[in-house]
Design a protein around this ligand. Structure first.
Ligand code: NAG
Length: 255
């Protein structure tokens, strides 16, 4: 799979209503989503649930989300492994008697830094249900998978941990991908079958780090044109050698 994101942006500016170059296909997007989850998010995301209407909190009925660790559920084709701690409201909201529904959003964090902002970066929302992992063998498999993703979590796992905890499988049932700006990237639902099957097409971790759709920034000419006006362009003005003033972008891509 070759990524073609950085073709001349002037072209995009000239054709603001039609894509000027190949847009990421749904098939490609599904593979990118799987690679993002496995290789580019440090196995962290924002885990969300909804407070029950009668919850004794200042925010009943509202969604609540915080950063959480995850791992890939072993041999599952895209399910998520969590270390559930009922002391945490996000998990409690998805434990009986509440419905088991959870949402996990995962962002592309690889190479994130100065001048490399989030607007054009890939992110995905996984919807699913929480299911306690049972059986010594299965728990053991999960323990290994979780520690491989998060060695620093060893003190929290099992009976010796500070809080009651158990491994849980987040069985994914819906996937929404936002893979970047819509002229070059897929934005929309990814059919579950495709999401699961795309695991077989994933590249190596190294390749997914090295060759990746370059996140574009809102002030790039083509992107701004797509929105019909100047978007995110800094008001900073610099003088060039001839003394003419020119606008300078606030951010640069640093790859
Ligand atoms: C919530 O979880 C249940 C599984 O118990 C599932 O059937 C249902 O589809 C989920 N709700 C949504 C909106 O996905």
């Amino acid at each position: 799979m070759r990524w073609t994101g950085l073709v001349p942006l002037a072209l995009a500016a000239a054709l603001s209503s039609a894509p000027a170059f190949a847009r990421e296909t749904l098939d490609e997007a599904a593979v990118h989503v799987r690679e993002l989850i496995s290789y580019r998010a440090f196995h962290t995301g924002v885990l969300m649930s909804v407070f029950p209407e009668d919850a004794q909190v200042p925010t009943p009925g509202l969604p609540f989300g915080l950063q959480e660790y995850y791992a890939e559920y072993p041999d599952s084709e895209g399910d998520i492994l969590l270390l559930a701690m009922p002391i945490a409201a996000i998990y409690r909201n998805a434990l009986p008697p509440n419905p088991p529904n959870l949402t996990l959003t995962v962002n592309d964090m690889w190479g994130f830094g100065d001048g490399n902002l989030a607007a054009g970066r890939m992110r995905v929302a996984l919807y699913g249900t929480l299911e306690r992992v049972v059986g010594d063998e299965e728990v053991d498999k999960c323990h290994k998978a979780y520690l491989a993703a998060h060695p620093d979590a060893r003190g929290w796992i099992g009976a010796d941990g500070p809080h009651s905890n158990f491994f849980a499988r987040m069985r994914v049932n819906k996937v929404y991908a936002f893979n970047g700006f819509g002229d070059v990237a897929y934005i929309g639902w990814v059919p579950l079958d495709l999401y699961r099957a795309s695991g077989a097409k994933m590249r190596s971790e190294k390749e997914a780090h090295r060759d990746w759709p370059v996140p574009r920034q809102p002030e790039e000419a083509g992107v701004a044109a797509l929105f019909g006006e100047r978007v995110g362009v800094s008001e900073e003005v610099a003088e060039d050698e001839e003394g003419k003033t020119k606008k300078e972008g606030r951010f640069r891509i640093q790859w």
